[in-house]
Design a protein around this ligand. Sequence first.
Ligand SMILES: Nc1nc2c(ncn2[C@@H]2O[C@H](COP(=O)(O)OP(=O)(O)O)[C@@H](O)[C@H]2O)c(=O)[nH]1
Ligand SMILES: [Mg+2]
Length: 327
Amino acid sequence: MPANLTPEFIKARERFHKAKDPDEKLAALEDMLRTIPKHKGTDHMVGDIRKQIARYRDASLHAKKGKGGTGYDHVPKEGAGQAVLVGPPNSGKSSLVAALTNARPEVADYPFSTLVPVPGMARFEDVRLQLVDLPPLSDEYTEGWVYNLIRAADVAVLVLGMDEADLVEAHLEEMLCWMEERRIQLVTERATEMDGAERVVQVPARIVLSKSDAGVASEALLASLPFPAVAVSTLSGEGLDAFVRMTFDALRVIRLYTKMPGKKPDMEEPYTLPLGSTVLDAVRTVHRDLADHLRYVRIWGSGRFDGQQVPANHVLADKDILEIHVD
Ligand SMILES: Nc1nc2c(ncn2[C@@H]2O[C@H](COP(=O)(O)OP(=O)(O)O)[C@@H](O)[C@H]2O)c(=O)[nH]1
Ligand SMILES: [Mg+2]
């Protein structure tokens, strides 16, 4: 195989073979990945190096976990909610995060290019929501922490490429099966009452049929899917807005604004609360101690009229404006 390996690469590979502990091995592997010439003839080697890196990173993380490290088991949530992108290799997950956020996960036409979770913030109207790029799901090689991040997410977005249109159903079935094995139940909407005996985690799911420029996502296909779906192309931009809106809707949050008496409301950065939140929930979110001094709240929006005084148990709606009166 004419791989044309550079002297730097060969040195790094020697270091890898001689290295004794996982951190040294990892450093050598990273140098190998940096210095390997990238072309068709080395695709396979690049893939192997990446897998090894993932393995040693994991080993090194596990070693550090005992010393207080956190690993990848948790991506701190930011903004209105967190959506993880889940799918087979090469389905376009990283491209979506790159297109909609400031994050720059590696986009590549070989599998396993994403090895760590990469979060980025996408904008929907006046709020931001977090998209987390994940490594692919596959039966041979998906680490447990990937499933932990899916369990902890507010929404799982299943990304399936229309360049492999004939595999959409098979991929979907496979993913649902792997989730089930790990007691993750994908649902359109989380049930409010869970049967306590069932030890499953429900995660709301949505579907993205990606690369819609490379294959037509027919109405029939969209309608046949088990969760709400949109067709998207990061190449043409088709469906990107619809995707963000769908994801925001799946978070099931409301946006709230506050105003001072006699002043205009602050429409800059809304608070976001779970759908179904009450006036009291909102007041507590604005300030922990505010509820103790609450006299009354007037709202603009879901009241019967603007500026209506509402009780603490009034259920708020998206885009309500609150004027909080305290003593
Ligand atoms: N035609 C087309 N190709 C895409 C699109 N999005 C991603 N790709 C290509 O698909 C390959 C895999 O993309 P990537 O985002 O790395 O997929 P991931 O493995 O799921 O993260 C890359 O070669 C991308 O350039 C798209 O909307 N249209
Ligand atoms: Mg990727």
